[in-house]
Write a new protein. Structure first.
Length: 420
């Protein structure tokens, strides 16, 4: 077995236990160590490792971390949350609110963005109402992932499928093919969390504490930054909907949102407060995954399997499982020509989008947004373990993937009937 694949297995194991003897390890430390191991072993040249680091992703995360930290420091995030969640008087209603709100916002703002700004909010809501913080962090993770399924701009891999896959009328087709099962899946997510955290779904009415802005001057900068992000996202949506070749990179959007904050006198404090460890994690992730792909192990295994990529269940299952080992964006980039060559058509593309996105709910490493949420929780002293995530995520993913696959099969038959 190639050395990078062995390293990947060790990384997974260490992330699962996060402790060797008395030494406690953080996710980013394990991932960076894995990247250094393949570099030192010579499995990937330094130039190729540097090329594997996606600058658009790194700059996007940096900009959104700056804006997200400023939203917390100024009190804007909590003020907005109070207005949204104040009418919810039960724990079950609050969990449903977090699921629905994060899903709706993720469909427009990308899942990583919501993870960055949503994690501090989930932690605060848990403290305020005496709930297990893991419950709301998981609700955030699941909502963010599910919300991205039915939107061509809900996550980077969907955008890649919509553009490179040649999906006609992407907003309409994503909503039609993936919208109904996604709505049903949000209900399933609430039910699974209700079963796992039954004690927290108590009948005591929730009392929401009004929130005041901590720094009105910084808050104005945050409002300006958020306004710029929303405006630029709307422009990006318009460009995609119009089918033009022009695009607005997410890095530009994030930097535009961060610019007003970076121009504030507290900019040094904002820079110190952002989550640098998560940025380090992504650097390690890109390098290690590139080494795994260079080994050819997974590609050879796929070719030897003889799987029929024209079948919706096969595409979904494959994308679900492989996304646990390789980032879903490069997975989709590699799979698009294979799915197209197999003649899977629109059903296959929708299955690829659903499977590669729903994979985020299976295990922590299935989505970058999960890692962001988990690491933000760890910084606040909340430990959401690999096993705890899997205890909820595995059954949820099995059920929701089944719902999506069944719906796609029905839709594929309907499309054939209409075409025939």
């Amino acid at each position: 077995m190639p050395f990078p694949v062995i390293v990947l297995g060790v990384v997974f194991g260490l992330i699962a236990v996060r402790r060797v003897g008395r030494v406690r390890m953080r996710i980013w430390q394990v991932m960076v160590a894995g990247a250094l191991a393949v570099l030192v072993h010579g499995d990937i040249p330094l130039r190729a490792a540097l090329a594997a680091i996606e600058p658009d992703v790194m700059v996007f995360l940096f900009g959104m971390f700056v804006l997200g930290h400023a939203a917390v420091a100024s009190g804007v995030l909590y003020r907005l949350a109070y207005g949204a969640f104040a009418p919810l008087r039960s724990a079950g209603g609050l969990v449903a609110g977090v699921l629905v709100a994060s899903a709706a916002a993720s469909a427009l703002l990308m899942n990583d963005t919501l993870a960055i700004v949503g994690a501090p909010l989930a932690l605060r809501l848990a403290r305020e109402h005496g709930l297990d913080a893991r419950l709301l962090l998981l609700a955030l993770c699941f909502g963010v992932t599910l919300g991205g399924v039915a939107s061509p701009i809900g996550n980077p891999q969907n955008l890649l499928i919509a553009v490179s896959g040649g999906v006609p009328h992407p907003f309409v087709n994503f909503a039609l093919w993936l919208g109904p099962p996604t709505l049903a899946s949000l209900g399933v997510a609430w039910l699974v969390l209700r079963i796992r955290y039954a004690r927290d779904f108590h009948a005591t009415p929730l009392i929401h504490t009004p929130v005041r802005l901590r720094d009105p001057r910084l808050a104005r900068r945050v409002h300006l930054g958020l306004g710029l992000v929303l405006a630029l996202v709307a422009i990006k949506v318009g460009l995609v909907a119009a089918g033009t070749r022009h695009d607005l990179p997410f890095a530009v959007i994030a930097l535009a949102g961060a610019a007003p904050v970076l121009a504030h006198p507290r900019r040094v404090e904002m820079l110190r407060g952002i989550d640098w460890s998560t940025l380090a994690f992504f650097v390690g992730l890109f390098v290690l995954m590139a080494a795994v792909w260079r080994s050819g192990f997974l590609q050879d295994a796929l070719a030897a399997s003889g799987l029929d990529l024209a079948q919706v269940p096969v595409v979904m299952t494959l994308s679900l499982l492989v996304s646990q080992f390789v980032s879903n964006v490069p997975l989709v980039a590699l799979s698009l020509p294979l799915v197209g060559h197999a003649g899977a058509g629109l059903p296959g593309l929708m299955a690829l989008a659903a499977g590669s996105t729903l994979a985020g709910n299976l295990l922590i490493l299935g989505a970058a947004s999960n890692v962001i949420v988990v690491q933000r929780g760890e910084r606040a002293g909340v430990h959401l373990s690999f096993a705890e995530f899997a205890r909820v995520g595995v059954p949820l993913t099995v059920v929701t993937a089944t719902i999506h696959a069944a719906w796609l099969v029905v839709m594929a038959r309907w499309a054939m009937a209409v075409a025939g």
